[in-house]
Design a protein around this ligand. Sequence first.
Ligand SMILES: Cc1cc2nc3c(=O)[nH]c(=O)nc-3n(C[C@H](O)[C@H](O)[C@H](O)COP(=O)(O)OP(=O)(O)OC[C@H]3O[C@@H](n4cnc5c(N)ncnc54)[C@H](O)[C@@H]3O)c2cc1C
Length: 394
Amino acid sequence: MSARSAAIYGSGPAGLMAATILAEAGVPVTLFERRPSYGRKLLIAGSSGLNVSHHCGLDEFISHYQGFSEELWRRFFTELSPGAWIGFIERLGLETFVGTSSRYFVREMKASGLLRAWRTHLEKLNVKFMPGHEWRGFENRDGFAVTGLFLGGGSWEDVTPTWPGLMREAGIRVREFEPANVGYEVAWKEEFLKEAEGKPLKNIVLMNRSGSKAGELVVTRYGLEGTPIYFLGQPGPAHVDLKPSMSEMDILKRLQDVRENLSPIRRVKKQLSLGDAAMAMLFHHTTEATRNDLQALVSRIKAFPIELLRPRPLIEAISSTGGIDLNEVSIDAGNELALRKFPSVFVGGEMLDWTAPTGGFLIQGAVTQGAVAGRSMLNYLDRNAPSSGIPESI
Ligand SMILES: Cc1cc2nc3c(=O)[nH]c(=O)nc-3n(C[C@H](O)[C@H](O)[C@H](O)COP(=O)(O)OP(=O)(O)OC[C@H]3O[C@@H](n4cnc5c(N)ncnc54)[C@H](O)[C@@H]3O)c2cc1C
């Protein structure tokens, strides 16, 4: 083993990016993954259209992240900005585009092409891939000069991660994982579900005490999925504006102007193009008195009350909160993301206790931290195992 060799554990976007930074700098890297194949969660993310980042100004971009301070996120994005990440993907030979929701996608929408191209790039840099190898604790160094752990969060895991227990045994605080970016349960009536299950509530605005978010929701048997709920989800009362493009007054006027002798709910159906799921909500989740009172019905359209009961479980969540307590990692410039108790071990990605909404912010957060940790690992090698200037292998 070379005096400058690095072990990376975890083949998600964070681990792959750390391996890239090290291997491109000439460090011999071995990448271990506990599963038999690589990048499982990235592949899962790609199954609904691989959204790799978000197109907006850096200030707005940073405002979506929680956990580290704003100043530190800014420093992180100096190491690998959204633009630099997109540039890297394109250098791997993949095309990207910005969708209508300002999200960056890879053109093929799946993750398999990106993973394949990334792995080929790393293999050309002599990165050794070792599937079926699990990180088993701090004692087992196997002769590597520096170690990077990028073991992911708690969501969508069919096998319980072992690393939180190993970290806690070593005295590192790890907060329990909780679901984030997750669907919520709503007590729908069966008659409603017969008409609305699986259907979208398009162009709505969701509102609750966390704020308001425009977008699309999908009605599921248990409740609701979709970006607005991922942004705002918390148990308690919420309201949905089913027609945000029109004011209450404008809707009322349009419905009053209908000449035919129609009931209020029929007028809504004829005039407002609300979609099947929204109409089913008005039919099945209002009283008859409301359905027959034009003003009351319009008030419902502008603020339909729903009670968000509880989040769906971790196994169904897109991401998680919890993970390694951020006080356990160094934030010193040039040594960011080193474990304070184990200075030759660096961490990053979703295994740390930060969070961000969907929309490309999660993958971007993971790769950026992979880059930051990779750079810190290089600095660590320079301090502790300086290069002789002679290549290790040709
Ligand atoms: C359904 C779904 C949809 C998503 N959609 C999006 C999206 O559209 N946009 C977006 O930005 N994000 C999305 N995400 C989130 C995104 O996939 C994650 O944020 C990202 O994969 C986190 O990267 P990571 O490298 O930190 O962890 P991971 O990708 O989870 O990688 C961690 C790796 O470490 C391995 N590992 C774990 N323990 C060990 C061990 N002890 N030893 C060795 N290896 C180990 C794991 O097997 C895994 O391969 C989605 C997630 C899900 C579940």
